[in-house]
Design a binder for this molecule. Structure first.
Ligand SMILES: [Cu+2]
Length: 509
């Protein structure tokens, strides 16, 4: 927060380039807080039918040492419980809105009927309930749920409307992986927040065009709602289900002792084979599952390693107004720094009997299937006119953030997809910021990223970070659900971009 004060007097346009990934140190970098594992809720089970009751509510949370913060949560004051179900289950979720504003609850990464998706087309008014019912037809995965209210997703997720949703299946439970929740298998929801002196959270104003352009970042890092905590583990091999639940910040994750870990899963579930790594980048809404060996009794800290995330690879001649201004100020801004996320103490860990087997799963790559359609989604961030920028600030216009030159219109369908077919989408980033692109109702395979794909990106994904100047091709098979009247969304998962127009809609017919 010292850092924030230092930045405040600088020209307002500086906010364009201070995030994501440019500022950030916390005042609370000693891991003195205790790691909190979110409550596990497995619902009420009747055979394969599983019933969950979720209450969206407000409350006060002790996040900072001396003051309470007003927060939102699901069945608790801040954030949500971890929900767990199995492949083959029929899930029935009753969501009660006990907030004083309209909201939604979206099942991120779940293949499900559009009416159950919880996007902007399923608003829940205050004091109303919404029933979402879907069968789990996909393999074991670390998914999540969060608010998706039109124009309000950023503010509502920031306040706390997000939680983890874990799917297990016969395969995931037969592998011998660390899988005891809260013992050697932990959710790690990483979020950054900014606080006022009185403990309240700082968010953007509705018409803050510049803040919206860069997305809301904060100088305080939370893990499962706790600032820079310490996780003391009892087992020597632990699995971390890492979710970047931040609105806009991208993290380059690394341990401070540079130890390696095994990446075992991506957004859509287990990889086919694990991948050894010492660093991985995770953008908003992405999940990675890693297994860390602490049998040396060490106490490594997971850090964000300052790097290149966000602003590389674009030719200056392609830049518009925002990019040019951003670049001109960039040189004066302080360089990005490493910062701590949380620490793991393995000094009391007993030997684990868990393993990471060579083969984790088998994927269908849809080879041999007909490609029913190819689509291009071009992401842009500006319209080139300083005057338009000013009027956008005054009138709240959102035409500065577009996909295929159009900003989101809830009355317009951008794509018609045939159920059960395979499509290839090319996501083109024609802006100067990296955008994490998300598609509802599918898990896709990245088939090219400027011609190549890194090994850990070979898994199923529902979000892909597209760097400036990059084109990423994704291939996906749409489930057999169809509903010509209810759209699914595709959008940038920098929530301020989504809220300000970088979103579109498709229906499956
Ligand atoms: Cu974006």
């Amino acid at each position: 927060m010292k850092n924030l004060k230092k930045l405040t007097p600088i020209l307002a346009l500086t906010t364009i380039i201070t995030a994501p990934g440019v500022l950030a140190h916390s005042d609370h970098e000693n891991a003195s807080n205790t790691f909190v594992t979110p409550t596990l809720e497995t619902g009420i089970r009747e055979g394969d039918d599983v019933y969950f009751d979720l209450s969206l509510q407000s409350g006060f949370s002790q996040i900072l040492p001396d003051v309470l913060t007003e927060t939102w949560g699901i069945n608790q004051p801040f954030l949500g419980a971890t929900l767990k179900a199995r492949k083959g289950d029929s899930v029935h979720v009753t969501v009660s809105n006990n907030l004083d504003t309209t909201t939604t609850l979206h099942w991120h990464g779940v293949k499900l009927p559009a009416r159950a998706d919880g996007g902007p087309h399923q608003p829940i008014e205050p004091e109303e309930e919404w029933l979402s019912e879907f069968d789990i037809i996909q393999p074991a995965a670390t998914l999540w749920y969060h608010a998706h209210q039109m124009h309000e997703t950023g503010a509502q997720v920031y306040k706390g409307l997000a939680g983890m949703f874990i799917i297990e299946d016969d395969n995931s439970q037969s592998l011998g992986l660390p899988s005891e929740y809260g013992v050697d298998d932990f959710p790690v929801i990483i979020q950054d927040r900014e606080f006022n002196e009185d403990g309240s959270m700082v968010y953007l104003g509705r018409f803050d065009v510049q803040g919206g352009m860069m997305g809301k970042t904060g100088d305080t890092i939370l893990v499962n709602g706790v600032i820079n905590p310490l996780l003391t583990v009892e087992k020597s091999l632990i699995r971390l289900r890492i979710l970047n639940g931040s609105n806009a910040r991208i993290y380059n994750l690394q341990f401070d002792d540079n130890r390696s870990f095994k990446i075992i899963g991506s957004d859509g579930g287990l990889l086919e084979q694990s991948v050894e790594a010492t660093m991985i980048t995770i953008s908003p809404a992405e999940r990675i599952e890693i297994v860390v060996d602490l049998s040396d009794g060490g106490a490594p800290t997971l850090i964000h390693s300052a790097g290149m995330a966000g602003m590389t690879g674009m030719d200056a001649s392609d830049m518009g107004f925002f990019e040019t201004v951003a670049m001109s100020i960039f040189a004066d801004d302080e360089p990005e720094q490493d910062f701590n996320i949380f620490q793991i103490d393995g000094s009391h860990a007993a030997a684990s009997s868990a393993i990471v087997p060579d083969q984790l799963s088998t994927h269908n790559d849809y080879s041999g299937e007909i490609i029913a359609a190819r689509r291009t989604m071009t992401l842009k961030m500006e319209d080139g006119s300083p005057f338009t920028t000013i009027t956008a600030g005054i009138f709240g216009s959102n035409d500065l953030l577009t996909i295929n030159d159009q900003s989101m219109d809830i009355g317009r369908i951008d794509a018609f997809v045939k159920k059960g077919t395979v499509e290839i989408w090319s996501i083109v980033n024609a802006s100067m910021m990296a955008h994490p692109f998300h598609i509802h109702n599918v898990q896709f395979k990245i088939i090219s990223r400027n011609g190549e794909v890194k090994s850990h990106e070979l898994g199923f994904k529902d979000v892909v970070l597209v760097q400036p100047g990059e084109t990423v091709e994704v291939l996906m098979k749409f489930p057999e659900y169809s509903d010509p009247n209810t759209p699914y969304m595709f959008h940038c998962h920098i929530l301020e971009h989504e809220d300000r127009g970088m979103m579109g809609q498709f229906v499956v017919i």
